[in-house]
Design a binder for this molecule. Structure first.
Ligand code: SF4
Length: 266
């Protein structure tokens, strides 16, 4: 399907937006947003296999990416070798993730479609990348445009792509006020990149082992301990990750889990 980029699409409904994207993939319609079980509302994801910084850390013991819940063990034919990765190990899920990846990377209407669907589907809180991470400054710029187009929505984007965020901001680009871009720590029990985050005007997040959890005093870093472990791994009413005044969010590490993801059947 070809459209001139100055011919901006207009959607009448969620279904029309999904059909519009589906045409680029020879599908009747495409499910664009993801539905992670923990989150109060919908999200967007791409394959963890495409993480750039994460791709270097995934083989290193002690690094958070080594324990990635979205990265299944697959053989060269794509068959699962273990239970790791939960539903992410199914071909149909990986295919959906790769369509979203292609859509985010190369479709000139990514900003239009995402802005429309978020405005239509989200009441208050949107999460970027329940799987995967930023790929480039262009992708971050597109996401910032979506945030500006949806000023009534709070957006949260946790990233290990510190360099992309740093290059983008030091080049003079602004992060919209309704986006909480959080620089994630790289290691379990590792320090968050507080100095860099402060210099860039961003927040941070970190992962704490069960052994260190009880001793961890979140308020020392003007932060909070994520309460989801006391709430069946759900956010509920908590908005900590979306709030600028929460400088650091500490998550309790539970070991590799089988994560259930809804809404990835297409
Ligand atoms: S801190 Fe709150 S918003 Fe963030 S993941 Fe935990 S429960 Fe959800």
């Amino acid at each position: 399907m070809k459209l001139e980029t100055n011919d901006r699409p207009k959607f009448k409904s969620e279904a029309s937006a999904k059909r519009f994207v589906g045409k680029f993939f020879n599908m009747k319609e495409m499910e664009v947003l993801s539905d992670p079980e923990k989150m109060p509302e919908l999200a967007f994801n791409i394959p963890a296999y495409e993480c750039k910084a994460g791709g270097h850390m995934v083989n290193l013991e002690g690094f958070i990416c080594h324990e990635c819940y979205a990265l299944p063990d697959l053989d060269e034919d794509g068959k699962p070798l273990s239970q790791r990765g939960g539903r992410y190990k199914f071909n149909v899920v990986q295919e959906a993730l790769y369509r979203r990846f292609e859509f985010a990377m190369n479709n000139p209407y990514f900003v239009d479609v995402m802005s429309y669907l978020i405005d239509k589907k989200i009441k208050r809180k949107f999460r970027w990348f329940d799987s995967g991470d930023l790929q480039s400054e262009k992708m971050l710029d597109d996401i910032c445009k979506v945030c500006r187009n949806t000023p009534h929505i709070l957006h949260w984007l946790p990233t290990k792509e510190w360099k992309i965020a740093e290059r983008y901001i030091t080049a003079g680009n602004e992060i919209p006020n309704n986006l909480d871009l959080r620089l994630s720590a790289l290691k379990i029990d590792g320090d968050p990149p507080t100095k860099l985050a402060e210099r860039l005007g961003l927040n941070t997040s970190t992962v704490i082992s069960p052994e260190a959890w009880d001793k961890f005093i979140a308020t020392r870093s003007k932060g909070i301990r994520c309460p989801s472990s006391m709430n069946e791994n759900k956010c509920g009413d908590c908005e900590g990750c979306w709030k600028h005044e929460v400088k650091n969010v500490a998550y309790k590490y539970h070991g590799r889990k089988l994560i259930v993801i809804k809404g990835l059947s297409k």
